[in-house]
Design a protein around this ligand. Structure first.
Ligand code: FAD
Ligand code: FES
Ligand code: FES
Length: 443
């Protein structure tokens, strides 16, 4: 069952609201605290898409759990002072997201406080007053003179004093071994499965992969990066290895879903969902990643991600195989990476067309190129002919124009709610130009 239903219908904690049940509105936001490297860490999640098995051994905090006796907590007070609530339906979600910001190690800027509520929508108050409340919370967090975020949050009435004991209490929980290795449905964060098959999933036998050690973590061996299948988009965003090799990482990450979705959305989930516009899939296609598959019987094999997609939602993967990890060579030196995405609205939207490039350049010459594009065919595409054409060329406007013309021969977009065929073809050309403008400053 989902955390949302457990909280509301079993625990009768009705402060957590049900809006969309699709991860879009944030009314159901809760905090999940867990021990990472033996230290307590909190992240937000949309409880409507979080299977209860994924929070085993963790601290689930609803809006009731951050009430402070006989007074408003700091975030509630800020919302009240700024008149940032009207019907109040969205308010618990906003307050939980701001609580997540307070408990995090994020730099306490107004920009980051506002970014923390990127997964919450309000239909009646208007966002300016909510932004002002977020600003007030950021100012309060700025006064931290270096004590641990949780201790400071308690001191400032952001969360109640019992949070002090949680780390110890979590250490005391005996974690259960996972018994369901043979179950047919692999489950990561659930952000695709519970949207697509909500009614079926509640009764489906699932193999929970989210918390399992052997499919988690981000490591580096030489120049190869290895990402565990259940690493989340936030894990990628916060990894020092990835941050070091992808200088524009924060710009790209904010284009992917929202904070509470990124906190649980896994890399393997994105690859196996096989959406033609999956953002992480497009990244890793350009990076020429290798998919490492395993089966419950201990058999292993690898597949280049470029060969993983055989047709619309058809994969080079047997039903009983799961992704254990992916690996790829990190961009460094003269090898550069760039990602672009165009949506109907900039944030919390899926792409009309997205594209990534990995370009090795020596002076003006392209040593090697790898371009991927989404939204222009039935599968997420590696543009093999375009990539081959670019290798060995001296960068010029003419070469870029020729590359775009070749790319057009490789794709087969269809018109849909995200744009006509002609529009998507135009976008692909513009995104290829944008890669070069951003990476090599051509005009
Ligand atoms: C509100 C919202 C916004 C979103 N925005 C974006 C966006 O901007 N960009 C984007 O790319 N996506 C977006 N998504 C889609 C989704 O968040 C991503 O695709 C995410 O990475 C899926 O990961 P998950 O762990 O939640 O997948 P799940 O739902 O757990 O699983 C998805 C599929 O992968 C399979 N699977 C999971 N793990 C494994 C494994 N280790 N081995 C084999 N199979 C596995 C499952 O069986 C299932 O078929 C959004 C979703 C929502 C709800
Ligand atoms: S109910 Fe809307 S995000 Fe969960
Ligand atoms: S106050 Fe009504 S939806 Fe936000």
């Amino acid at each position: 069952m989902l955390v949302l239903d457990f909280v509301r219908y079993h625990q009768h904690l009705t402060g957590t609201k049900i809006g969309c049940r699709e991860g879009d509105c944030g009314a159901c936001t809760v905090l999940i605290g867990e021990l990472i490297d033996n230290q307590l860490r909190y992240r937000t999640a949309t409880s409507c898409l979080t299977p209860i098995g994924n929070v085993h051994g963790k601290h689930v905090v609803t809006i009731e759990g951050i009430n402070i006796p006989k007074q408003l907590n700091l975030m509630q007070h800020a919302m009240q002072q700024e008149n940032a609530t009207q019907c109040g339906f969205c308010t618990p979600g906003f307050v939980m997201s701001l609580a997540g910001f307070c408990l995090s190690d994020t730099t306490p800027t107004s920009e980051n406080a506002i970014a923390s509520i990127d997964g919450n929508i309000c239909r009646c108050t208007g966002y300016k007053s909510i932004e002002r409340a977020a600003h007030t919370v950021a100012i309060a967090k700025q006064s931290n003179a270096g004590i641990a975020a949780i201790d400071f949050a308690i001191q400032q009435n952001m969360v109640p004093a019992y949070f002090k004991d949680i780390e110890q209490r979590l250490r005391g929980i005996a974690l259960l071994e996972h018994p369901d290795h043979e179950q047919p449905i692999f489950l990561g964060g659930g952000t695709d499965l519970y949207v697509q098959k909500h009614d079926d999933m509640v009764h489906a036998p699932v193999h929970l992969l989210f918390n399992q050690q052997h499919v988690n973590g981000i490591t580096q061996q030489g120049n190869t990066c290895i990402i565990g299948a259940s690493a989340t988009v936030t894990d990628v965003a916060e990894s020092p290895i990835i941050q070091k090799h992808f200088p524009r990482l924060s710009q790209y990450i904010k284009l992917v879903s929202s904070t509470p979705i990124r906190n649980v959305a896994t890399i393997a989930g994105n690859l196996v969902n096989a959406s033609p516009i999956g953002d992480m899939t497009i990244w890793f296609l350009a990076l020429n990643a290798t998919v490492h598959l395993a089966s419950a019987k201990g058999q292993h094999r690898t597949v280049p991600l470029r060969n993983f997609y055989k047709g619309y939602k058809m994969l080079d993967k047997h039903a009983k195989e799961f992704i254990q990890q992916i690996s790829f060579e990190l961009p460094s030196g003269n090898k550069h990476f760039h990602f672009e995405k165009v949506c109907k609205r900039t944030h919390l939207d899926i792409a009309s067309v997205n594209s990534a490039i990995c370009l090795t350049i020596n002076n003006e010459a392209i040593v090697d190129a790898s371009i991927s594009a989404g939204g222009v065919g039935p599968i997420p595409m590696h543009l093999a002919k375009t990539s081959t054409f670019l290798a060995g060329k001296i960068i010029s406007n003419d070469v870029i124009k020729q590359a775009i013309a070749i790319a057009q021969t490789e794709v087969s977009p269809i018109g849909d709610v995200r744009g006509s065929e002609a529009y998507k073809r135009l976008l692909l050309g513009q995104l290829i130009k944008a890669h070069f403008i951003q990476l090599v400053k051509v005009e």
